[in-house]
Design a protein around this ligand. Structure first.
Ligand SMILES: [Zn+2]
Length: 542
């Protein structure tokens, strides 16, 4: 209820309230009608309290604008919850995986698919992938598909290979490898060879996708995340992905604010989006259309990101499109009025992407369109200047330094690894890096990501480029207002200042007072969307 006397309906006080990079810290935050009414000192804001005002006592805890995860995969995160967890935390050997698959097979009718994801053979005993023969022992009658953590390969059992039409006579598809032993497929399918498996699996229903959205969205709220961008809508079920987000919103089952990046490229839904009038910026406060997204290269850890200098294996990675093809795609969607987000990780792919944006925006219209480079990991100083000139936004994942930094050291060496994901240079140059998780590639937990941005420490304990460490203030800015800027909603979200929407996270302590290492233990206690409590860990707000 909004009081009619001009008073606040909610007041937060009793702890620091970090409102934004330019706004700094306030003592009291007053809300009214879902928006920020005032932020400031006790003496200035307290007068807004009336008899009907709800009080939230911060008890020394830090309040911030709710996190804005500007590049992640919400539906995939939700669907993961239904598939087997075979990540390094859950299994340590092929035998463990076989046991989990066997147990699942016991509980499902024959013919039902069993999926799992997240295994990393490098971090298992024997350092080998499971084979179809390992899996067949416990699942002769269930098709099984297990994805590796990188998403670039996975293992099928014999029943799944049969459904996908893969036998010893099947040639490798373009851009993919069917790994074999004495001519017989082992079950391991790499890159585009995985597509046959995705086609063989039954498409999820819209209801199943809505369930995934709701589940993953609630998980986001539990971390203080209020807004996200799904970085490739259409990737799972084509237009059904959009239908599912819309159905979720209608049914009140979309827990977080969603910006949809429409998958572009040959298999994407961007053309359909355009034909149906789904242009960048259309939609509601909860669900809106963002950029068109496409890929120009792979991943650095998998040595498929396109680099100007070779990896230690002598390769330079893969550019997916020719210059002409990319120019055409970027120009096409730019002219149609879309924001454009291009996945580019290696410096050669980043260079190609910048050139395409430069051509598309020869009329000077780039900066207000907020075109983005997703990940943008291995960039040089000159390219950074070009991005600044064109108003291009990097959408990086500092948490990759933690998760994949040890691999980077192996595949590109120390010097190039030290300069990867240069958060400090971006932030200090004003490029507004939109810090994000790319979950489920990395952990959706923003505090793990913040820790990575402040420490630049790998899982193996190596520090990559200490000069690229952010301060906590810079990292919070990158994870809140920069995300809102990159998603084009900074007029309403991202900071806590009068008139903006009251999306707020209250943490379980004050990280400004604690050490960097303690960031990993931070949790969100409360999450508010438009002033409404949508997550309350301790049940503290009536
Ligand atoms: Zn992604």
């Amino acid at each position: 209820m909004t009081p009619i006397d001009g008073k606040a309906d909610t007041i937060l006080s009793g702890g620091p309230i970090w409102c934004g990079l330019a706004q700094g810290t306030a003592e009291v935050l007053a809300l009214r009608g879902g928006k920020v009414l005032a932020a400031g000192r006790q003496s200035d804001v307290e007068m807004l309290a009336g008899p009907g005002t709800r009080r939230i006592d911060l008890r020394g805890r830090l309040a911030i604008p709710a996190f804005h995860d500007a590049h992640m995969h919400l539906m995939t995160l939700g669907r993961r919850a239904k598939s087997l967890d075979i990540s390094p935390g859950a299994v340590s050997s092929v035998a463990d995986i076989v046991q989990l698959v066997g147990a699942r097979a016991q509980s499902l009718a024959p013919g039902t698919w069993i999926t799992g994801s997240g295994y990393d053979h490098d971090r298992m005993v024997g350092k080998r992938h499971p084979t179809r023969w390992d899996l067949d022992k416990v699942s002769p009658d269930h098709p099984v598909w297990l994805g590796r953590c990188c998403g670039h390969m996975g293992v099928a059992n014999s029943a799944a290979l049969k459904l996908a039409g893969i036998s010893r006579d099947t040639p490798n598809p373009p851009g993919g490898v069917i790994v074999r032993e004495n001519g017989e497929p082992t079950g391991l399918l790499q890159e585009r060879a995985q597509e046959a498996m995705h086609e063989a699996m039954p498409a999820p229903t819209v209801e199943e996708l809505v369930e995934a959205i709701e589940l993953a969205g609630r998980r986001c709220l539990s971390y203080g995340i209020g807004s996200v961008m799904d970085a490739c809508v259409g990737m799972i079920g084509g237009w059904s992905d959009v239908a599912a987000y819309e159905a979720a919103e209608r049914a009140g089952r979309l827990p977080v604010r969603m910006t949809m990046a429409m998958g572009g490229g040959p298999a994407g839904i961007a053309e359909e989006a355009f034909a149906k009038g789904y242009l960048t910026g259309k939609g509601s406060g909860m669900l809106r259309v963002g950029p068109v997204k496409f890929f120009t290269d792979g991943s650095a850890g998998g040595c498929t990101a396109a680099m100007s200098k070779p990896y230690t294996n002598g390769e330079r990675g893969v550019l997916i499109f020719s210059d002409r093809e990319l120019d055409e795609m970027v120009g096409h969607y730019h002219r149609r009025g879309f924001q454009v987000a291009v996945h580019a990780i290696g410096d050669a792919a980043i260079d190609q992407t910048i050139r395409s944006f430069d051509k598309a925006c020869a009329d000077g219209s780039c900066s207000h369109r907020r075109h983005r480079i997703e990940h943008c990991g291995f960039i040089d100083e000159r390219q950074m200047g070009e991005m600044q000139r064109l108003g291009l936004i990097p959408a990086p994942q500092p948490v990759f330094v933690r998760d994949f930094g040890d691999t980077y050291l192996n595949v590109v060496g120390e010097q190039r690894s030290a300069g990867c994901y240069p958060m400090a240079r971006w932030q200090r140059r004003g490029l507004r890096p939109a810090m994000s998780s790319d979950t489920p590639v990395s952990d959706v937990n923003p505090f793990v990501n913040l820790y990575a941005a402040l420490s630049r420490t790998t899982l193996g304990g190596e520090v990559l480029g200490a000069e690229e460490r952010l301060t906590l203030t810079e990292a919070l800015s990158a994870y809140t207002e920069n995300g809102a800027y990159a998603c084009g909603v900074d007029d309403r979200l991202g900071t806590l200042e009068p008139g903006k929407v009251a999306d707020i996270a209250v943490l379980n302590g004050d990280p400004f007072q604690a050490g960097v290492a303690d960031l990993r233990d931070v949790e969100a206690d409360l999450t508010l969307l438009a002033g409404r409590v949508v997550f309350d860990r301790q049940g503290e707000v009536r």
